[in-house]
Design a protein around this ligand. Structure first.
Ligand SMILES: CC(C)(COP(=O)(O)OP(=O)(O)OC[C@H]1O[C@@H](n2cnc3c(N)ncnc32)[C@H](O)[C@@H]1OP(=O)(O)O)[C@@H](O)C(=O)NCCC(=O)NCCS
Length: 181
């Protein structure tokens, strides 16, 4: 079985190459850029903008242990242009569940990277013994929802009008995937 924490060079559908690997402390700056670039688009993730606090970002990066939590990045010549993370449940009742988040910078979307990052996260979850993957997605984010559905995720619940996005209320969809046995 391949090491789920490996660094692997992958070729995207447009021919560009990136390395998918666990995050390192030196990714802090480009990960901050990512969250702010994607956050300012307003329509995909909860955060609109985080402060420019590199120390906090490094501290956060230091919390991923590769066992119960992981953050994978897609590294394009030293710049992390996308990432996917998983946080394992902290209580006995939820330890079998891992919550996933994923975000790819504009300009690197729809060329296969989302699928590659999601597959790596699910591979890591299976290797670490998780039984269930969960995530939530904004109702209007058809691209993300179709990616998750194509991986076997099913809608498990809807928080109606849970989000206020650009002046309109929108649903949040909870999705889950049973991983084994
Ligand atoms: C959502 C996101 C992770 C998808 O990753 P991606 O790299 O753009 O998608 P991929 O190229 O890997 O495509 C994967 C699947 O998504 C779906 N998809 C891609 N582009 C699509 C489009 N324009 N319309 C509908 N579905 C689309 C397809 O099912 C596709 O399947 P395929 O592999 O058979 O082509 C990425 O676009 C992203 O990070 N967007 C901004 C932030 C965000 O929305 N994060 C998710 C929050 S829940």
């Amino acid at each position: 079985m391949a090491d789920p924490m490996r660094a692997e060079k992958v070729t995207l559908k447009d021919g560009r190459k990136v390395v998918v690997r666990p995050a390192r402390l030196r990714d802090a700056e480009s990960l901050l850029r990512n969250v702010n670039l994607i956050g300012r688009e307003e329509v995909y993730i909860l955060i609109d903008e985080v402060g420019p606090n590199l120390d906090e970002e490094r501290q956060w990066l230091g919390t991923f242990d590769g066992v119960r939590t992981v953050l994978f990045v897609a590294d394009a010549d030293g710049e992390s242009i996308g990432s996917a993370d998983c946080h394992g449940g902290r209580y006995a009742k939820t330890r079998h569940v891992g919550g996933i988040g994923i975000a790819i910078r504009d300009g690197w979307r729809e060329v296969g990277l989302g699928r590659i990052l999601m597959e790596r996260i699910l591979e890591w979850m299976r290797a670490r013994g998780f039984k269930k993957a969960e995530l939530s997605v904004f109702g209007s984010n058809g691209r993300a929802r179709r990616l998750y559905e194509s991986l076997g995720f099913e809608s498990e619940g809807i928080s109606r009008r849970h989000l206020l996005i650009r002046g309109g209320y929108e649903d949040e969809v909870l999705m889950g995937l049973w991983l084994q046995g």
